[in-house]
Design a protein around this ligand. Structure first.
Ligand SMILES: *[C@@H]1O[C@H](CO)[C@@H](O)[C@H](O)[C@H]1NC(C)=O
Ligand SMILES: *[C@@H]1O[C@H](CO)[C@@H](O)[C@H](O)[C@H]1NC(C)=O
Ligand SMILES: *[C@@H]1O[C@H](CO)[C@@H](O)[C@H](O)[C@H]1NC(C)=O
Ligand SMILES: *[C@@H]1O[C@H](CO)[C@@H](O)[C@H](O)[C@H]1NC(C)=O
Ligand SMILES: *[C@@H]1O[C@H](CO)[C@@H](O)[C@H](O)[C@H]1NC(C)=O
Length: 860
């Protein structure tokens, strides 16, 4: 295309001005002035048509690059054409850079009218289609297979140095959105007219609804009726932002960075998280032991206090996997030190050694702040006003390590390693890493006064509230203004690297502050919650959201952190918490003690609910493997398995563990019943194996509120690998396996078992030993046949573990059926027909890692 003549431009401008509304109000936004495409890529230059008065001057020229990076991922990036800008660094999300296909932008016309009215980027293998409209500039993303428009920006794009705004239309009646955190929400599905502020903040308590909390995840999943197709949108931007969701639109207002969008095609919810974690990184494998019960309290007085708690759990025969210690163990609240009076090494070390010899673990807290003058090496800390930044946290005056500085991360790893020589902790808990700072700081420069204030209708907090000033400086001149939301991510990454280097074992890191991709290094908990029923309920919303964020190892402090829990609340919370992927009790020092053995009802709940949990550990750990390889959350909303059923979209008082287990906990005081929703299919009681619900369509059912356990049902079609309950995961792991087969009406079922040593750094990598077995069941003539198919087997042969029992649920037979294992008939003594449709075949010794076949022949 050649350059049009000046007259041509004037003529076009004149013609355009004959149109209605021309000249009345000046149009804001941009026009496309050049565009080029090649293969799966497209680039364009945009020129400002009209700016807006607020928030500073508009950027005059923008460049847009887009790429269909995979068959299911579209990347659209809009930035200043002439100046480079801050963007999420490669160390946070390693990714391929978008290439500009406009080889010589100056050779193209500087004139929208000379271009076609729109330009499309599509490919035969991708379900996503990008269309950019020339004048005014806007873009749409649509689904090729259905024509559904997924993202549809309006023309009034705003791009200033410190203010970016873009709005997309949404079909309010068809769209259900999930994600956009971290905030404590009363619902899991996002409500219309909510504003989500993303700015990592230690609000002190997570029970404050709808406010910006510890982490930032500018990611949502959108599930649409009628077909239940899901897609997702990530704005990869670490700057502070407000996102307003009006129902029929979503508006992003970011105070820096780029408009760097990724669209994920789905169309199933599981495909969305697979595609998302392929970009941001797969969830870290968590050690097997971390699925056991963790006990913590802020305010444990001394080592004897810890010993008493461990003994209390042992005496009550309640599982206890790991003891934790909050800042109480430190000397003057300084990291990597021990209180010489209450937690001296000569007492703490033998205590930790005893835990280890009992198959138990020890985890301590770390705050990122280092006491001022505790180190001579000042240049690895955040700077402010030309010198090392001094803030105030628990130890008093502190420095903040700069984890963007490779030497800052190395320093951290070295301190961890030195500390582990004294106390060989099994995991680390990164708290206060937003980072928190109790010292109000004076504004230093214009960064401290952004033209647009995020959170203006939330907590009304200025961005410097309770944290280091945004005018602080990181390595290489990066400002805290840009990198603030990455602090917790980077600390968790450095902590993970430090533990891995020192132990050569799979690290366990729990981080309060998170960003996109934190799941690669850390687990998360919902922060400082309160001992209230609404908090128990709201925990599910946050946990399900973090599953979607690629951080599947998450839990909420069982029985609440602040406030005094009642016995009833605590019992119900234990029953729910038994299904949290990360299961910890933790409480604040001023509250009454609530270790579960202290009350009779919590003792009963913990014994019975944890017995179920520990029996399900092989299934849960297989879900960890699934999460690590495909991003699938461990706890899932119902719509993940039933996207066609719109009744599941708003469900947040029940959840699925994987695809096979439906949990319907009690969440109200004094409840005698639980209202539960059962999607279409068969549902069996996990406790007595009976067929509880069989329905061709979703159905609401009133369940009894059981005293000591949540209602748990197994979905017809699943096969759950289980073991025996025990007081630690290591003893549970030595017990014999059982398979629970839940048949569909057609006699089918399937499931998986993943096994490894639970602590090698890699899970299922080429260098590690692991076994994966697939189980399947199908109708065969007058009965059914179940098979095990060993997919990979470098671990199980060394263990020689066996399955001793298989329970088939949903078999109706007038007389006891005949059972054959690998063609040999099982003696009658090994078969128990429970008459409720469940058939137990016991006395087996089927070696895990060897293929086998069980045939059941029904009598007539
Ligand atoms: C959201 O706000 C709009 C405009 O004020 C209003 O029309 C609509 O009813 C609100 N929706 C909800 C769900 O509150
Ligand atoms: C920054 O440092 C300069 C020079 O030491 C000092 O005069 C000024 O008061 C400092 N500013 C703030 C906000 O502390
Ligand atoms: C704050 O949000 C509420 C609820 O959306 C709204 O009614 C109110 O007008 C907002 N206030 C300001 C100052 O924006
Ligand atoms: C919790 O109970 C303790 C001991 O009875 C009492 O001192 C404290 O004030 C209570 N805290 C709350 C928040 O009710
Ligand atoms: C059972 O088989 C019928 C007929 O093939 C099919 O329509 C139905 O979806 C199947 N049910 C399940 C739960 O698989």
């Amino acid at each position: 295309m050649g350059s049009p003549s000046a007259n041509h431009v004037a003529l076009v401008a004149f013609l355009v001005c004959l149109l209605p509304h021309c000249g009345s109000a000046k149009r804001t936004g941009y026009d496309v002035v050049s565009v080029a495409g090649s293969g799966n890529r497209l680039s364009a230059r945009l020129k400002l048509v009209g700016g807006t008065a607020q928030y500073g001057p508009d950027v005059k020229k923008l460049s847009l690059s887009a790429s269909l990076e995979t068959d299911s991922r579209l990347h659209v990036r809009i930035t200043d054409a002439d100046h480079s800008r801050w963007e999420v660094p490669q160390v946070v999300i390693p990714r391929t850079a978008l290439q500009d296909v406009l080889l010589d932008p100056t050779a193209t016309p500087d004139n929208a009218a000379a271009l076609p009215s729109s330009r499309t980027l599509s490919s035969a293998s991708s379900d996503l289609v990008l269309t950019i409209h020339t004048s005014p500039f806007r873009f749409t993303v649509s689904r090729r297979s259905t024509g559904d428009v997924l993202f549809d920006t309006s023309a009034n794009l705003v791009f200033k140095d410190r203010y970016l705004e873009v709005t997309s239309a949404l079909p309010a009646s068809r769209s259900s959105l999930y994600g956009l955190g971290e905030q404590t929400k009363q619902t899991f599905r996002l409500r219309h007219n909510d504003t989500f502020t993303l700015w990592n903040e230690d609000l002190g308590r997570s029970d404050q609804l709808d406010l910006n909390l510890y982490g930032s995840h500018p990611f949502y999943m959108d599930v649409r009726t009628p077909a239940g197709a899901a897609h997702a949108v990530l704005l990869l931007n670490s700057n502070g932002m407000d996102i307003h969701y009006a129902g029929d639109s979503i508006t992003y207002k970011a105070i820096g960075g780029l408009l760097d969008f990724y669209f994920f095609a789905g169309p199933s919810p599981l495909a969305v998280v697979d595609q998302y974690t392929q970009l941001i990184g797969r969830p870290a494998p968590m050690p097997y032991w971390s699925f056991g019960y963790h006990q913590c309290r802020y305010g444990y007085k001394n080592v004897a206090d810890l010993e008493g708690v461990v003994a209390g759990y042992a005496k009550a025969k309640i599982p206890l996997e790991a003891m934790w210690t909050d800042i109480d163990y430190m000397d003057g609240y300084q990291d990597f030190t021990l209180d010489p009076v209450n937690y001296p090494a000569k007492l703490l070390r033998p205590f930790v050694d005893r835990l280890h010899s009992n198959g138990q673990r020890y985890v301590v807290i770390l705050d990122p702040e280092i006491k001022r003058n505790a180190t001579p090496n000042e240049d690895i800390f955040l700077k402010w006003n030309g010198t090392t930044l001094v803030g105030k946290v628990w130890p008093g005056e502190v420095y903040f390590p700069d984890f963007l500085n490779p030497r800052g991360a190395d320093y951290w790893g070295q301190k961890i390693s030195e500390f582990r020589r004294t106390i060989p902790v099994d995991g680390l808990w990164c708290d206060m890493n937003e980072p928190a700072n109790f010292l109000p700081m004076e504004p230093l420069n214009e960064l401290d006064h952004p033209p647009y204030s995020i959170n203006s209708n939330g907590s009304h907090h200025h961005i410097n509230t309770w944290t280091v000033p945004v005018s602080s400086e990181h390595y290489n001149g990066v400002t805290e203004y840009d990198a603030h939301n990455l602090f917790g991510f980077l600390e968790a990454k450095a902590t993970h690297a430090g533990l891995l280097k020192d132990t050569a074992r799979r690290p366990f890191v729990l981080s309060r502050s998170t960003f996109v991709g934190s799941g690669r290094y850390a687990a998360h908990w919902t922060g400082d919650n309160d001992a209230r029923w609404d908090e128990l309920r709201n925990s599910i919303n946050t946990i399900l959201s973090f599953g979607i964020f690629g951080i599947p190892m998450i839990g909420s402090d069982i029985c609440g952190f602040t406030g005094n829990s009642t016995q009833e609340l605590c019992s119900r919370w234990i029953q729910l918490g038994a299904f949290y992927p990360f299961m910890r009790g933790h409480s604040e020092k001023k509250t009454i003690r609530r270790e579960f053995f202290l009350w009779e009802s919590t003792t009963r709940s913990a014994r019975k609910s944890f017995a179920t949990r520990y029996r399900l550990l092989p299934y849960m750990y297989t879900l960890m493997y699934e999460a690590h390889t495909t991003g699938a959350p461990i706890l899932r909303p119902l719509f993940f398995s039933y996207p066609h059923d719109a009744n599941t979209y708003g469900v947040n008082r029940q959840f699925l563990l994987g695809a096979g287990v439906l949990v319907s906990p009690v969440m109200e005081p004094g409840a005698t019943t639980v209202d539960a929703y059962f999607p279409a299919g068969r549902w069996y009681s996990l406790y007595d194996y009976s067929l509880a619900v069989a329905t061709p369509k979703g159905k609401r059912v009133t369940l009894p509120a059981l005293a000591d356990v949540a209602n748990v049902h197994v979905a017809g079609g699943s096969i759950l690998p289980m073991q025996q309950a025990a007081l630690t995961t290591s003893s549970a792991r030595q017990s014999e396996f059982r398979l629970l087969v839940a048949l569909t009406e057609n006699g089918t079922a399937s499931g998986e078992l993943f096994l490894d040593d639970g602590e090698s750094p890699e899970m299922s990598g080429a260098r590690s030993m692991w076994t994966l077995v697939r189980f399947s069941c199908a109708k065969y003539r007058k009965g059914i046949t179940m098979r095990s198919n060993v997919v990979h087997n470098s671990y199980a042969p060394s263990r020689k573990q066996v399955i001793d029992k298989v329970v088939f649920m949903g078999l109706q037979s007038p007389a006891p059926p005949k059972v054959y294992v690998n063609g040999v008939q099982v003696k009658a003594a090994g078969i128990r027909d429970q008459k409720n449709g469940a058939l137990t075949v016991s006395g087996l010794s089927l070696v895990i890692g060897e293929n086998f076949q069980i045939q059941i022949v029904m009598s007539h």
